[in-house]
Write a protein that binds this ligand. Sequence first.
Ligand SMILES: Cc1cc2nc3c(=O)[nH]c(=O)nc-3n(C[C@H](O)[C@H](O)[C@H](O)COP(=O)(O)OP(=O)(O)OC[C@H]3O[C@@H](n4cnc5c(N)ncnc54)[C@H](O)[C@@H]3O)c2cc1C
Length: 167
Amino acid sequence: MKTFLVVGAGLFGATFAHEAAIRGNNVIVIDRRSEIAGNIYTYKKCGVQVHKYGAHIFHTSDKHIWDYVNSFANFNRFTNSPIAKFYDETFNMPFNMNTFNQMWNVITPAEAKNKIAEQRLEMNGKKSENLEEQAISLVGRDIYMRNSLRVIPKSNGVKKRLSFQHL
Ligand SMILES: Cc1cc2nc3c(=O)[nH]c(=O)nc-3n(C[C@H](O)[C@H](O)[C@H](O)COP(=O)(O)OP(=O)(O)OC[C@H]3O[C@@H](n4cnc5c(N)ncnc54)[C@H](O)[C@@H]3O)c2cc1C
């Protein structure tokens, strides 16, 4: 039998502590936060579980892991399908064929690929000298603009940062 000191009661620390304990070891768990569960900690407010450190989605393609976590708690089925807003457009993030169809009216992945290849030509073989040029050389301007922060010069001299906005 060993004694383990586990620093951090998040998913990793808690899983390790549990597995070590059921194998007959002594386990001490400490955390600098006053609650357990690390980043996935929730508390109840008005009957609703609120994520203190930001919402979390558990995802795995491994049945063994899925069965393991379900032995501790019941999970809700959830499909993450965020919509982003860019000026007056809304579109799926991350990009998929719906987004390409909205942007370029293309239907097939091959058409989207051709459009990206066409947009990449903007660099015309020029060596990239900054992030923007590198991004355009890889994915083209339309995708770059919808995925990145932009600095817009304003008339009063103050620069405003714009980005897409998740809805
Ligand atoms: C806003 C947000 C959203 C996220 N969404 C997802 C998601 O949807 N899906 C996903 O898979 N992952 C997501 N993550 C990542 C997710 O938090 C981790 O996958 C998972 O919770 C990490 O578990 P962990 O045990 O490794 O770390 P943590 O949950 O961070 O736990 C570490 C613990 O260790 C403690 N600790 C650290 N250092 C010390 C120290 N020196 N002394 C004492 N205690 C210490 C901390 O207080 C904390 O409680 C998200 C992260 C954030 C911040």
